[in-house]
Design a protein around this ligand. Structure first.
Ligand code: DCP
Ligand code: MG
Length: 575
């Protein structure tokens, strides 16, 4: 949640020390958190996820009801929190008294980690946000109720009332899900106070019990990132050098395997986001510390960058395993765990892999990735993507002149360089025909024309109207032309708008618009905008292919229904 509000919060999940948690919530003392809200460690969530299937219904309900919540209490003095029913009117929060924080009882505080208000995503069972049991497992509302979004997607439920008590409100059943999605948004875009410091406090609890946490900077009203057209261009950022150094450090942590590293990387990303939005050149430690999203240790790092132009920690983190696994992960089809496996087998260079050192065996796709390592790690100039597409388009139209073929991805967003070429293929059906069979025919012609050179992933059923192909291509007849990644996505004509929207991105814009759709009670994916979504009663996941298609033919109608102002592809740049 962008802002903690005890009237709607059901659980607080934190592995952070007390001081950090209090800062994140914007309260002075643990006592300021109402007794009906349990403050739990991440272990509670994990215990629910891991054992849910083996729990009896009574055990599961007990877990949700709070009977065993105390086992996972984040703070000793809040062991009983959540075991009492919620009062009708929740107490007010953000007390402004001058009281110093009470003596902190820190003994039981967790020893490591970063707080997370929720890691519950659509793919992770949501144990807390919908645990009241008064939310229907699936929607039975009339379809019409979905078409008109609520005037304010951020409306909260009537305070102190459950959605059951609110049955007269046709939108009430959406609220629990809306809150879950807001938590998600919080995790990705506004986890202000929980920056890298929380993870760097591993084992030290250094800011736990800080009786006078730095006052947070005034909170900005946050809207949906997909609603805004203005984004700060990279070159305009007055703190770009600081962001670059922190990004390097974040990437180093990302490349490592430890849990702490993942948290640190996650946390640095929050600080970096905060810095990107900071309008002035930072001059001092104090100024950095005052930015919401930048904690003490990050502020110290910023001070070091300001004073020396460098960050020693980067050198320290740049250990051999990071270097080697990053090198290996540059091979198409190789992720972190395979890279570590090969590192553990004794491989240190690409030549070691080529030689099969340590018995390492590469898959055919990885072999291709290794062979064209440099090419595939290079972004192509926009003009090259255009040249390749202009070779492909007439060949495609020679198969069927009514074919619709378009480049999506970064090219459509107008980017100067592209990581790959993403091509959409479909066809109007007004004459009773479809594009069935076009993709295999096109691929065969592109191979014959020496435009497509290697296949990486073939569609399961090439004759299906919906198919994805991944391969390599190049500009033929040009000596030394590089191998480039190319994807073909074929979709039914009716789904072209949703596919265009999804594959145009960028990723951050997509995340934001999907979250907004979810909050409005829809589900948005590359196939369309769906209403009447059905959730699996066991884990609350949206059932695949469930729901009623609301829009998919054009991007415009999807924007309109979601209340997102129209944006040209080049205006959808958020990453
Ligand atoms: N996309 C997404 N979620 C994913 C993968 C992709 O939303 N898990 C969307 C957003 C991307 C688009 O698909 O913008 C195309 O994916 P690419 O990986 O090709 O990304 P771009 O084309 O944006 O960038 P690049 O120039 O690196 O290819
Ligand atoms: Mg792309």
């Amino acid at each position: 949640m962008p802002e903690y509000n005890p009237n709607v919060t059901t659980h607080i999940i934190t592995d952070a020390p007390e001081g950090t948690t209090l800062r994140a919530l914007g309260v002075k003392r643990l006592k300021d958190i109402p007794e009906h809200i349990p403050t739990l460690k991440w272990s509670w969530v994990v215990s629910g996820i891991n054992h849910k299937n083996s729990l009896s219904k009574e055990e599961f309900d007990a877990r949700l009801d709070g009977d065993i919540l105390f086992l996972h209490a984040a703070f000793h003095e809040r062991m009983d929190a959540g075991r009492k029913p919620q009062p009708i009117a929740a107490p007010s929060f953000r007390k402004k008294g001058k009281e110093r924080a009470a003596e902190q009882n820190r003994g039981d505080g967790p020893s490591h980690g970063v707080a997370s208000t929720s890691a519950a995503t659509q793919d992770v069972p949501a144990l807390f946000s919908e645990s009241e049991g008064d939310v229907p497992a699936h929607s039975s509302r009339p379809f019409g109720a979905l078409i008109s979004p609520p005037t304010s997607p951020r409306r909260s439920p009537v305070h102190g009332q459950s959605s059951k008590e609110n049955n007269h409100d046709p939108l009430a059943e959406f609220y629990p899900q809306a809150h879950k999605q807001r938590q998600q948004e919080d995790e990705w875009s506004s986890l202000g106070d929980l920056d890298a410091d929380a993870s760097e406090d591993v084992g030290t609890d250094s800011d736990a019990g800080d009786p006078e946490p730095h006052p947070p900077a005034p909170r900005q009203k946050r809207g949906w990132t997909c609603d805004k057209k203005e984004v700060q261009a990279k070159g305009d950022c007055p703190n770009q050098d600081i962001i670059d150094k922190l990004t390097q450090l974040m990437e180093l942590h990302k490349a490592k395997m430890g849990d702490d590293d993942h948290w640190r990387a996650f946390s640095y990303s929050k600080s970096i986001r905060a810095l990107r939005n900071y309008p002035r050149r930072i001059k001092t430690y104090e100024e950095a510390r005052g930015i919401r999203g930048v904690g003490e240790k990050t502020a110290k790092k910023i001070e070091e960058i300001l004073q020396t132009g460098d960050l020693q920690r980067i050198k320290y983190e740049k250990t051999k395993d990071v270097e080697v696994t990053r090198l290996f992960q540059g091979i198409y089809g190789v992720g972190q765990s395979i890279a570590f496996k090969w590192y553990s087998a004794g491989c240190r260079t690409l030549d070691d892999l080529r030689a099969g050192k340590g018995g390492v065996k590469l898959s055919p796709v990885q072999e291709i990735g290794l062979q064209y390592y440099d090419d595939l790690n290079d972004r192509m100039p926009r003009a090259e993507a255009k040249a390749i597409f202009e070779l492909i388009k007439p060949i495609a139209l020679s198969i069927d002149p009514k074919l619709y073929i378009e480049i999506m991805g970064s090219y459509r967003r107008g980017k100067a360089d592209c990581g790959d070429i993403d091509i959409l293929i479909t066809r109007p059906v007004d004459d009773g025909n479809t594009h069935r069979g076009v993709l295999p025919c096109l691929l065969q012609k592109l191979h014959a024309a020496d435009i497509i050179t290697e296949d990486l992933a073939l569609p399961e059923d090439p004759d299906d109207l919906e198919a994805i192909y991944r391969g390599l291509c190049h500009v033929p007849d040009v000596k030394g032309s590089k191998r480039r990644r190319i994807d073909f996505l074929s979709v039914p004509w009716t789904a072209r708008g949703a596919a265009l929207l999804y594959y145009t991105g960028d990723d951050i814009f997509n995340r934001a618009i999907r979250m907004k759709a979810n909050v409005l009670g829809y589900s948005l994916n590359q196939k369309g905008l769906f209403g009447n979504i059905v959730r699996d009663p066991r884990d609350r996941r949206i059932k695949m292919n469930a729901g009623v298609l609301v829009a998919s033919e054009t991007e415009e109608e999807i924007f309109k229904i979601l209340g997102v102002p129209w944006q040209e592809p080049h205006e959808r740049v958020r990453g």
